[in-house]
Design a protein around this ligand. Structure first.
Ligand SMILES: [Zn+2]
Length: 215
């Protein structure tokens, strides 16, 4: 599918599932309390579901399919999707930092990464795990979707990117900043079977994430 065809596909999907589609003409789209920049996003707040796409992002088509798979996790009521939302007790705990119903574990990790408040080790591990597992499930779905929809799709290469991205949630809680995860792509296998995703980040992985001059 070409660029505009895939956008039409997403428009149809969003219309059929009562999802609002928002786009940006840049390489990123801004989202969340901390105004962070993303290639795309999907979230539900109350009854509203919103899918965002940066039309100039490098892997625009893969990103659309990735976000549509988050939408499917939501529509299906998948456990991994429910698990990222803050529990009642967590809402009570993080309310003072501006978090509210339907905010998720990644939102809180972003607030911590932006130095707005401190988090203990146990919470960091727990939140990063929940955020990471919803991404792993989404990437597994996305590989299958891309195989079906994108002619020149290279599954092994995509899975290397996905693995670097998923592991960047473990890097985050070690380094307190998001890695340029594309630096670490060559470090990872092009499959989903050989990584213990929940293990702490190793010294070798940190090196891979912090490599400079490689995109
Ligand atoms: Zn995602």
């Amino acid at each position: 599918m070409g660029r505009s065809k895939i956008l039409q596909y997403a428009e149809k999907f969003c219309a059929e599932n009562d999802i609002k589609l928002v786009t940006s003409d840049k390489t990123y789209i801004v989202h969340g309390k901390d105004k962070d920049e993303f290639a795309g996003f999907f979230f539900q707040k109350g009854n509203e579901k919103i899918l965002g796409i940066a039309l100039k992002a490098k892997y625009y088509r893969e990103t659309i399919l990735h976000e549509m798979n988050h939408a499917l996790q939501c529509l299906e009521g998948a456990d991994v999707w429910h698990n990222v939302y803050l529990t009642k007790a967590e809402l009570k705990r993080f309310k003072k930092y501006g978090y509210e119903k339907d905010d998720d574990t990644t939102d809180v990790l972003n607030g911590w990464a932006n130095n707005r408040f401190e988090l203990d080790e146990k919470t960091l591990k727990n939140f990063s795990k929940r955020s990471l597992l919803v991404e792993l499930d989404c990437e597994k779905r996305t590989v299958e979707t891309c195989k079906k929809m994108l002619k020149s799709f290279k599954p092994e290469r995509y899975m290397q990117y996905a693995n670097a991205y998923i592991r960047s949630y473990r890097y985050l809680i070690k380094a307190r900043t998001w890695a340029t995860y594309t630096n670490a792509v060559d470090f990872y296998h092009g499959n989903f079977d050989e990584i213990d995703y929940l293990s702490p980040i190793s010294a070798e992985e940190i090196k891979a994430f912090e490599r400079t001059g490689k995109k």
